[in-house]
Structures are given as C-alpha cells and as structure tokens.
Ligand binder design. Structure first.
Ligand code: MG
Ligand code: ZN
Length: 231
C-alpha cells in the first residue's frame, strides 16, 4: 500500500517537472519573437471571456497584435464569443486530451505553433475554469492572473490559497453587482493580501467597463518593460 503510494507520487512529480521544462522552452520561444503571454485563470463563470472581450479592443486600438489561446473542456463557445475581434484564436478542447481540467504546457506549445504564422505581440490564455490544478501547471506564460467574481464569496482566496499565491495579480470581477449580492470587496482584497501581499489587485466590471482600461495599460506596460530590459 505505502509502496504504491510512493510510486504514484513519483509519477506526478515527473509530470510536473516535464511540464515545467517545456514551459521554460515556451518562454524562450516567446522571448525570441518578442512576445509576452498572459494566463487568465479562475473558477468557471468568473468572467474570463467577458473580461477578454472588453480588454482586447483597448490593445487593438493601440495597434498591438494579439492572439488568444482558448482552453475549454468542451465546445467552442468562448472562442466564438471572441471571434468578432478578428484576431487569431487557437482553441484547445481538453476533452481530446483526456478531459483535462487545466492546460498543460505541451498543449499550449501546440497552440502556439498553430498560431505561429500570425504576427503577434501579446498572447492571452483563457485557461480551463478551475481554481485548483491550473495553478500547478506552468503554461509558459510570463504573467499569471487569477479572476474572482463577487458572487463567489469573500473567503475564496483563503480556501484556494495555491492559485492566489502563484499568480502575480488578482482581478476581482463583476464589482457592479457587489452590493446586490452583499459582497464586501474590501474583505476580498484583505483576504487576497493575506495570502499574497504582493498581488496586484484590480477591481473590474466587464458589463460596466470598469477597471478595464487600467488593466489594459498594466498589460501593455508589462509587455514593453519586458523588452526594454532585455535589450
Ligand atoms: Mg470562458
Ligand atoms: Zn487539472
């Protein structure tokens, strides 16, 4: 029994090591092409697609070329919702990879290769809706966001500390309905800071266009800084 358990742990470790090595290779590929990749993670329904839908025009307006990698267990619904921006989108249905509840770096690399002919500066990953294992799988992104909507409860950062610890920024979504659902946004912020004091916190509403421009500017600044420093 204990032997079996030991073996299992070893396998999981190998999977993660391989995933991390490939993620480093992805970052190298991105660097060579002067691209920056941002990974958006959250539970299902937190509003990743809605946020991207409002975020993308701010970047297009500034002449920045964008690509999106859409991760979903099934359907092309989210990819279709972003199609009207007329940008390259690679759809990954993880059910074809065993119904995976996260994006691993090998499938992300496949998506990047798929998008390769397109001219892109910034890539967005919409990860599979899940607050747990996406945090353990490095996608090769330069920067990781976690989204948390006001309908999910203020204590989510305390209940799922892993993803809040591993992300550099937390985006609180749907703040326009905070009062209606009796959510204390300041309490969410305090809980995030308790887990990760360095997390950059954004308060947004895709519906009311709140905080979106601020987030877009943050992304653009991060991208330009990355290549200022490496030159
Ligand atoms: Mg979505
Ligand atoms: Zn998973």
């Amino acid at each position: 029994m204990s032997l079996e358990l030991k073996k299992e742990i070893k396998i999981v470790k190998n999977v993660l090591e391989k995933n991390n090595a490939l993620a480093d290779r992805i970052r190298q590929i991105l660097k060579e092409k002067k691209q920056t990749m941002f990974n958006f993670m959250s539970s299902p329904g937190a509003g990743k697609t809605a946020l991207l839908d409002k975020l993308i025009p701010h970047l297009i307006q500034k002449g920045i070329k964008i690509g999106v990698i859409e991760g979903d267990v099934q359907t092309d619904n989210d990819a279709k919702r972003l199609q009207h921006h007329n940008i390259p989108i690679a759809l990954i249905n993880t059910s074809k990879f065993g119904g995976s509840c996260h994006l691993a770096s090998n499938v992300v690399l496949g998506a990047i290769e798929e998008l390769n002919e397109e001219e892109m500066e910034i890539l967005f990953i919409e990860n599979v809706g899940n607050l747990i294992c996406p945090a353990s799988y490095d996608t090769g992104s330069d920067f990781n966001f976690v989204l948390l909507s006001v309908t999910e409860g203020e204590d989510k950062p305390l209940k799922y500390p892993g993803i809040f610890r591993k992300t550099q920024s937390a985006i609180i979504t749907k703040v326009d309905i905070a009062d209606v659902v009796e959510c204390d946004v300041n309490l969410i912020k305090n809980n995030i800071r308790q887990i990760n004091p360095d997390s950059v916190i954004f308060e947004t509403s895709a519906k009311k266009n709140l905080g979106i421009e601020e987030l877009a500017n943050f992304i653009i600044n991060y991208h330009s800084k990355k290549y200022d420093e490496t030159q």
